[in-house]
Each structure stands twice: as structure tokens, then as C-alpha cells.
Ligand binder design. Structure first.
Ligand code: HEM
Length: 506
């Protein structure tokens, strides 16, 4: 996962060699297409000054100083392919704002795609925790190439198996009920939730992914949770891990050269995450010991991972906690916001929830999809090219950082008519309807990424969010007061306060 400006500044110094080895202004002919290809260095992009390069554009007052407007400004000023030079020693990144080219590259990469990102976590797992077993995988977020493939093919059949994920329906319902109960008790006289609403949603998300990753309830919604309890420590740890990764992986840092205080803190956090995962997994093993003669089909994710081995289960639990809390929480807040602002859609959703006996809830799914179209949690997909490309008249070398800005595309009129309006109907419309979602280019909407490297938690996230959204809308009439919702772009698109939700009883 990545964002725009941070990824520009922070993808690190790894591509320095590449930058030097490419001939400046070289014009290459693509024999297959018989056209003159320009060097990637000729791709349009912001102007540069000696020493500081393009940096001044990103500083206060610069044309790219507003994170939220960077894609729009890049597209309007430079077009669908933009070059951002390395800043302060970081490598250059090519931005693609074109669905067709995005599809072409992502499809061609679809063998062993490389997605750089979580360098400190990779460092911890490869150089510290598992340094004695370099031939074994360390996880989906930290491995590349054959090691990644071996881990992914081991866990894919477990985490993407609909039957296995469905086993969590009841327990996720329980988690949702408990969250609703908690929110009721936290409402003030104005029907607003006291305290930090984003923390509340994060607790729901952690409790939900916890039942899958750690095999049981963490009880983090329990108001009497003791400060030094393992669950409380895990809540803190999940938060710290993200903060540390953001500071070190997504901002300039000297950690590669010296052990900075943040580096030391990050290593501690990552160790604590695996230790806490182990603690909860052992607890689940203990609790399950007495269950005998179980039907194999009824085994959950953790039990199946443990059948492979404890290391795989612990690593996967760590990755699920890392990638599965802030993501679902922010997607949920965005959906609640759009429904609070669009009462008619909310009423229609409530009708479906209350009146449909069907297990399938097409409008509910459409409400989530539409929120992720307008405000995806991850605004672009990042890859490091595994081969050379000839696209849009340019030669893109192997090992180049490329980012595909799907959030910008999914908000364009040419793909989704009336893009600024929240219209869940487009996801259930007939083909003949001009709003029909299938008229958009298939690479214009990509909230869970693409291909073999796409989100492994997608089915889990969808079940969690569908379950919870159904409960919230059944129990509360949601309203929003005040200005528009605010976002902060970082490793993810974070929604930040004030959270002006009003939760009235239905
Ligand atoms: C709304 C919720 C979520 C969104 C929007 C989301 C989005 C994404 C995206 C965009 C990627 C990168 C895909 C690519 O590079 O093509 C990704 C990867 C990943 N996600 Fe999610 N995610 C969500 C929830 C979850 C959950 C609940 C889990 C926990 C199981 C999870 C675990 C992962 C992992 C482990 C990867 C790395 C996969 C790999 O590299 O093989 N995600 N996610």
C-alpha cells in the first residue's frame, strides 16, 4: 500500500544505480511497433532546480503542496503519464493515470509482481527475527519473488476459500452486536458518540480480524479491559506498528544508516506483535484442545494455518493485524459518511435489510462498492517493474517504480457518470442503464489491487463490513452535521476528525 507524495519521497535509495545506468535522452526504436520510443527521462513532469530537484513543488505554496490534489494537478498539467524524479536520494517514480496502460502493465506483471513498501518490517523479519532461515518466507508484506509466491500459494486456498470465510458469519455478527451495544452506551445527549470515533471503529475492526487471525474473541470492546491486559497491549501495538511503519517507510529517515530511536522502537513493536500473536494463538490452541472428531470442513483459518506450521500461522496473523485493521475501519467510516449524507440511499438500504429474506444483499454490497469508488482506502497501486515496457511512446525500464492512480480514474466522468454523486444504484443497474458500472474500464476501479498480488483479505474484509454495515443501519438512523469529511493521505487514505455523525435510534 502506498500513497502518492510519500511514495514519491520515500521509496528509498534503492533505484540509484538504475537511474545512473539509463542513458539520458536516449531514443530507442521498438522493433515490434516500429515507432521511436523516448527515454523515460523525457516523460513530462514538474520542473527541477539544481540540488533540490522537484522538491519545491511539494513544499508549502508549491503547485503540489496539497496532497489531496496531487493526482488532479499532475493529470491536468502533465497528462496521463508523469515523471516524478527522486527526491533527497529516493528513486524516480512514473505515475500512470490511464486505465488502458494500467491494465497493460499490471496484466504483463502478473507472474511474480513486486510491490515495494514495508521495508522496516521486512528488515525486522529478515535480518533479525528469522535471520537464520533466509530460505524460508517471512510473509506476504515482506517477501518478493519465489519466497512470496511460496507463502502466497500456501495461504491462498485458506484465506480465499469462501466456505472457510463463511464460518465466521456468526461470530462476526456477535462482534457487530457488541459494537452496536458499546456505541449505544457511548452516545451523549446529542446522539453523538463520545470520544474518538475512529478509535471506536478501529476496535470493531481489530475485534473482527482478531477472530480470524487469532482464533477467538479478544474482547477489546469490553470497557473494563485492564490496561496491562494482552488485548489492550495488542490494541496499542497494532496502532504503534502502523505509526512506526509510516514514520520510517513512508517518510525520509536515517534508519538505514544508523539505529535511530524510531528504528529501535519499530523493531520492538514488530517483535511485540509476533509475541502477542503467539500468545493469542496458544490460547486458541489450548481452548480447541478438547474439541475432537471435528469435521475438516469446519476448521477455521487459524486451525488450517496451524496444520501447516506455527511459524506460518504466526506470520500470517501478524500480517492480518497489520493490513486488516486500519483498512476496513477507514472503508467503513467512508461508507457511513456517504450514507449519512444521502438519507434516501440510507432508507433504501434499511428497507433491503429489514425486508429481504435473501442472504444476498445486493444494495448493501453496492453501498460499500460505491463508497470505495469515491474514497478508496488505498488510492493507487504500486509496483516495481519486473520487465521493460514500451508504453505511451516511452521506454519504461525493468526495476522502475510505477504507480497506478486508480482513485483518480474511478472519480472521472468518462468512467463513472456523475462521479461526484454517491449512487450505489450504478452497481446494480441493468446493462442498458447509462449508469451501469460495467461501462467503466475494468482498471478504473481497483480498491483491492490487482492479480495474484491483490488483497488476500478481501473476502474477510467484505464479510466483516457487510455484517457490520447491516447492523448499524438496522439500529441507527445516521446523520451528519457540519462540513465535509476530512482526509489525510499517508500510507492509506485516513479519514480524520471531526466525526460529525449523529446516531438516532431507528
Ligand atoms: C477494506 C479493506 C481492505 C482494503 C481496501 C485492502 C486493500 C489492499 C490493497 C490495495 C492491497 C495491495 C494489492 C496489490 O498490490 O495489488 C492489499 C494487500 C494486502 N492485504 Fe488488504 N485490504 C483490505 C483489508 C484487508 C484485510 C482484512 C486483510 C487481512 C487478512 C488484508 C491483508 C492484506 C495482505 C496480507 C496484503 C498483501 C498481499 C500480497 O502482497 O500478497 N487486507 N490490500
Amino acid at each position: 500500500m502506498q500513497n502518492l507524495r510519500k511514495s514519491i519521497v520515500n521509496v528509498g535509495v534503492r533505484n540509484k544505480k538504475l537511474t545512473r545506468s539509463i542513458a539520458v535522452n536516449s531514443t530507442i526504436t521498438d522493433p515490434a511497433e516500429n515507432i521511436q520510443l523516448k527515454s523515460w527521462q523525457e516523460i513530462p513532469g514538474p520542473s527541477s532546480l539544481p540540488f533540490i530537484g522537484q522538491l519545491f513543488h511539494f513544499l508549502p505554496g508549491g503547485s503540489l503542496s496539497d496532497d489531496l490534489k496531487i493526482p488532479e494537478t499532475l493529470y491536468r498539467t502533465y497528462g496521463p503519464i508523469v515523471r516524478i524524479d527522486g527526491i533527497l536520494g529516493s528513486p524516480p517514480v512514473i505515475f500512470f493515470i490511464d486505465a488502458e496502460t494500467t491494465g497493460h502493465i499490471l496484466r504483463s506483471e502478473n507472474w511474480l509482481p513486486s510491490r515495494p513498501g514495508f521495508h522496516t518490517l521486512a528488515h525486522f523479519r529478515k535480518m533479525i527475527k528469522y535471520k537464520d532461515t533466509p530460505h524460508l518466507p517471512t510473509g506476504l508484506l515482506t517477501d518478493e519473488g519465489e519466497l512470496w509466491k511460496s507463502f502466497r500459494s500456501t495461504v491462498n486456498p485458506i484465506l480465499l476459500q469462501p466456505k472457510t470465510i463463511k464460518l465466521y458469519t456468526n461470530i462476526l455478527n456477535e462482534v457487530a452486536d457488541d459494537t452496536i451495544k458499546r456505541w449505544r452506551s457511548k452516545r451523549n445527549d446529542n446522539n453523538m458518540i463520545d470520544g474518538k470515533f475512529d478509535v471506536e471503529v478501529n476496535l470493531w475492526a481489530l475485534e473482527s480480524i482478531g477472530v480470524v487471525a487469532l482464533g477467538g474473541r479478544l474482547n477489546c470492546l469490553d470497557p473494563s479491559l485492564l490496561d496491562d491486559s494482552p488485548a489492550r497491549r495488542l490494541i496499542q501495538n497494532v496502532h504503534d506498528v502502523f505509526v512506526m511503519s509510516e514514520k520510517l517507510d513512508f517518510r525520509p529517515s536515517l534508519w538505514r544508516y544508523i539505529a535511530t530511536p524510531n528504528y529501535k522502537k519499530a523493531m520492538k513493536c514488530y517483535a511485540e506483535q509476533l509475541n502477542l500473536s503467539k500468545y493469542f494463538i496458544n490460547k486458541a490452541i489450548e481452548q480447541n484442545k478438547n474439541k475432537v472428531g471435528e469435521n475438516k470442513d469446519e476448521k477455521g483459518v487459524l486451525e488450517k494455518l496451524l496444520e501447516i506450521d506455527e511459524r506460518v500461522a504466526t506470520i500470517m496473523a501478524g500480517d492480518m493485524l497489520f493490513a486488516g485493521v486500519d483498512t476496513t475501519a477507514n472503508a467503513m467510516i467512508a461508507t457511513l459518511y456517504f450514507l449519512a449524507k444521502n438519507q434516501e440511499k440510507q432508507d433504501k438500504l434499511r428497507d433491503e435489510i429489514n425486508n429481504s429474506s435473501m442472504e444476498r444483499k445486493p444494495y448493501l454490497k453496492a453501498c460499500l462498492k460505491e463508497a470505495m469508488r469515491m474514497m478508496p482506502v488505498v488510492g493507487g497501486n504500486l509496483r516495481k517493474t519486473t520487465k521493460e515496457y514500451s508504453v505511451m511512446g516511452y521506454k519504461i525500464p525493468k526495476d522502475m517504480y510505477v504507480t497506478f492512480l486508480h482513485q483518480f480514474l474511478s472519480n472521472l466522468e468518462e468512467h463513472y457518470p456523475r462521479p461526484k454523486e454517491y449512487i450505489p444504484e450504478r452497481w446494480v443497474a441493468e446493462k442498458t442503464d447509462p449508469l451501469y458500472h460495467g461501462n467503466a474500464h475494468s482498471f478504473a476501479y481497483s480498491p483491492f489491487g490487482f492479480g495474484v498480488r491483490s488483497c488476500i483479505g478481501r473476502r474477510i474484509a467484505e464479510l466483516e463490513m457487510e455484517t457490520f454495515l447491516g447492523k448499524v443501519i438496522k439500529n441507527f438512523k445516521l446523520e451528519w452535521t457540519g462540513g465535509t469529511l476530512k482526509k489525510r493521505i499517508s500510507a492509506l487514505n485516513y479519514i480524520i476528525g471531526p466525526f460529525n455523525f449523529i446516531f438516532k435510534d431507528v
